[in-house]
Write a protein that binds this ligand. Structure first.
Ligand code: ADP
Ligand code: MG
Length: 734
């Protein structure tokens, strides 16, 4: 087909899509395709790839086949195109496993009538015999392979079916091919071209730089608290939090909700209805935050996502870049924050162990790149762009943690020269880890097997540890003194430029990697002990609050602990609440009832104290923990409200009575009231209730369950004591 003149393309752009101008390379790509050529489009997420095949499909003769991995995404795109074009719905169709017989017949008919300009197909459907036969009798304008990185095992989203595309195209009929992706490292890029056999394709590569995105990697210490703080500092903004496991997604969404943040979970384990509902709530801004596994986001076109948080480190840089790419699509603010600890890496490596060896090898290398990125003190933008084969030449991007807080640099000319000397002295090429081990004098199995512990340069840099040498080599790669053979397991060699440097060394300013804490096992990180943190408050204020508590208790004929527990007072000395709302929201063990009943004199005292001592209230707060980890809390409260038998509640949740009581005690300890009198009246002798109740009122010195059991277990059953304690705490204390 001939070049379509520019004004025609522009008018189609306006009438079909409502846009006034093309973005980036779109027009050149479209011209190229309609002239009958193969094209390879590398454009970051949000760059506008879809238009590069949608518009040509509408102006060219025949039907364009669009191969796309996601069923949900197809439907959206087809609906959108039908929306542009007022006429026949047959203009766009999709073929995938979600269609029934009748729908498939409809698609076939429209194809044969020649009205369909765009046909979206899943690769699985494309391989079906009957579909191949059908498409043979249709005129094809071109084939578009969207999300083309799925072809490569080196991409983050490998789909084996994608590798059959070329042979199917050959069976159907020849036509130009356009492959599109947002995540092409040089290795993935060459895989795509080879596998589709379009090595002659013109490559249209946009810069992958997203100047409006801010990148930061944080040490994973108290990540929950840090995230809550971050969200509170960014009120009303939309954000996505990615976690690796469904369980963590659920926990995090719940934790955020309990701490007053409008959040919902999203993962593949939820039923379709809930998923759609939560996604809609996010798109319509009924909620601010969606907590998700990576199942969320593909094809989501929300332009004003203001932050993307990775609670867990992603498995690859491609994945990370794709996910962070969902922030700030409108070109405005987009903060990308990732939590990192080496523990998480070890966990990921453990998950991989069940997989085939080749897959493990790839997985480990991708993960190693992520570690290098996280630990680096280099400009994050430079690292990311370099990963995608692009040089970023500015010294300071001004929008990443490492550029905003640069680490001191040192002249590393001797270190760099030593690396090159080692590489050149070896008869073969080796991986980065191996070279670093030799220089730092670590004789691991690999080093021994090559007898490299006998080399003259073994331990030549042993005043530094292995990680120091990782950093030197990584920077050698960035500076192009070294290069990595990606086809060959990442073997390192020196470049011309590196050899030149070696002959005439000059100043190279290097920087050491950052150090991160080991990271905790986060299995139990929302246990109350971890959340309390213990002490750390203002001892003078604490003493004053304790005096006040004594007064209040005396006036009301209560024990001091019934007014506020020690942990509550300690929290007050950390966060200095000035309103009843703050008192309730930010202090452990203070529910609404308690705040109303006792709070006023306490916040008055704190306000005076803050003013007299000119205290700057810290931006600190106490994370309200999810008392019931298993997500039973809401269910239990609602069931008790409905006066359901405790035995039935326990059974419904697969708990025994003991565990149920523990759950209820957890609920009550956060200051929430439940009324279990209906159950106590059924099950306990009124005299027993009265005696235990009186003991709490008169003799208990704290709300401790242990104290009660020690004092009373001679006369009463433990479950009786626990039930009455719950009753007492709810009626008198909370
Ligand atoms: P990609 O597939 O590259 O991630 P999309 O094709 O989904 O990107 O497009 C991203 C966004 O850019 C969409 O909201 C789309 O409507 C918009 N867009 C595409 N082309 C243009 C254009 N020429 N002018 C304005 N907006 C555009
Ligand atoms: Mg796309």
């Amino acid at each position: 087909m001939d070049l379509v003149d520019t004004s025609t393309l522009h008018s189609k752009l306006k009438t079909f899509f409502g846009f006034d101008a093309f973005k980036g390379d779109q027009e050149r790509i479209i011209q190229h395709l309609v002239s009958g050529n193969n094209a390879f489009v590398l454009m970051p997420t949000g760059g506008g790839k879809s238009l590069c095949y949608q518009l040509p499909a509408l102006v060219m003769e025949g039907t364009a086949i669009v191969i796309s991995p996601l069923i949900a995404l197809m439907k959206n795109q087809v609906d959108a195109i039908r929306g542009f074009e007022a006429g026949d719905d047959g203009i766009a169709h999709f073929l995938n496993s979600s269609l029934n017989r009748i729908q498939i017949a409809e698609v076939q008919e429209d194809l044969l009538r020649g009205v369909t300009k765009l046909l979206y197909v899943a690769p699985e459907s494309l391989t079906k015999e009957e579909n191949i036969a059908l498409l043979k009798s249709v005129k094809i304008s071109f084939y578009a392979v969207d999300e083309a990185h799925c072809i490569s095992e080196w991409g983050h989203d490998f789909r084996p079916e994608y590798r059959k595309i070329r042979s199917i195209i050959d069976q159907i009929q020849p036509a130009p091919v356009i492959a599109l992706t947002a995540t092409a490292t040089p290795k993935v890029q060459s895989d795509i071209l080879k596998n589709l056999r379009i090595q002659d394709a013109t490559v249209f590569k946009s810069s992958f730089n997203r100047p409006n995105l801010y990148y930061e990697v944080r040490d994973k210490v108290e990540p929950e608290k840090d995230i809550i703080r971050f969200i509170r500092q960014n009120p009303g903004k939309s954000g996505i939090i990615y976690c690796l496991s469904r369980k963590k997604v659920e926990e995090m969404a719940q934790l955020l909700s309990i701490n007053g943040i409008k959040a919902r979970p999203y993962h593949a384990g939820l039923d379709a209805k809930t998923r759609a509902e939560n996604q809609d709530l996010f798109l319509t801004e009924e909620i601010d935050v969606i907590v998700a596994t990576i199942a969320f986001g593909m094809g989501i076109d929300k332009p004003d996502v203001r932050f993307v948080i990775h609670y867990d480190i992603p498995k690859s840089i491609e994945g990370y870049y794709q996910e962070t790419g969902r922030a700030g699509r409108d070109g405005q603010e987009g903060q990308c924050i990732t939590y990192y600890s080496y523990k998480d890496i070890q966990k990921l490596e453990k998950f991989m162990q069940g997989k085939p060896v080749a897959e493990q090898e790839i997985g480990k290398q991708l993960l190693q790149e992520t570690v290098a990125y996280a630990e680096s003190s280099q400009c994050r933008r430079k690292l990311l762009l370099n990963y995608f084969g692009e040089d970023y030449l500015e010294d300071n991007c001004g929008a990443c943690d490492n550029c905003l807080h640069p680490k001191k640099r040192y002249d590393g000319r001797e270190d760099m020269a030593l690396v090159i000397e080692l590489i050149e002295s070896l008869p073969e090429r080796f991986k980065l880890e191996h070279l670093a081990a030799i220089l730092s004098g670590v004789s691991n199995a690999m080093v021994k097997s090559y007898r490299h512990d006998e080399l003259p340069l073994f331990g030549a840099g042993k005043e530094h540890d292995i990680r120091f040498w990782f950093a030197v080599i990584h920077q050698g790669l960035l500076l192009h003194y070294l290069e990595k053979d990606i086809e060959n397991y990442g073997l390192i060699s020196a470049t011309e430029k590196g050899l030149e440097f070696f002959k005439h060394p000059h100043e190279v300013m290097l920087v050491e990697d950052r150090t991160f804490s080991e990271g905790e096992d986060d299995e139990d990180d929302d246990s109350p002990a971890a959340v309390h943190g213990g002490g750390g408050g203002d001892p003078v204020l604490l003493a004053m609050l304790k005096d006040l508590r004594k007064d209040v208790a005396r006036k009301r004929h209560l024990q001091p602990w019934m007014v506020f527990g020690d942990p509550s007072l300690e929290d007050m000395t950390i966060v200095y609440p000035l309103t009843l709302k703050e008192l309730q929201e930010k202090c452990q063990g203070v529910g609404e009832g308690k705040a109303q009943k006792f709070g006023q004199p306490f916040i008055d005292l704190i306000a005076r104290y803050v003013e007299e001592n000119e205290i700057e209230r810290p931006d600190d707060f106490v994370v309200k923990s999810v008392a019931s980890k298993s997500g039973n809390k809401v269910y239990i409260i609602q069931s008790i409200d409905r006066k359901m038998d405790l035995g039935d509640i326990a059974a419904a949740k697969g708990l025994d009575m003991d565990e149920l009581l523990t759950e209820i005690e957890g609920i009550v300890s956060t200051g929430t009231r439940v009324n279990i009198n209906y159950y106590i009246e059924e099950e306990l002798d009124p005299e027993v209730v009265e005696e235990i109740y009186d003991w709490f009122k008169e003799e208990a010195t704290s709300d401790s369950l242990q104290e009660a059991i020690d004092a009373l277990s001679g006369d009463y059953e433990e479950w009786e004591i626990r039930l009455v304690r719950i009753k007492f705490l709810c009626e008198v204390v909370n």
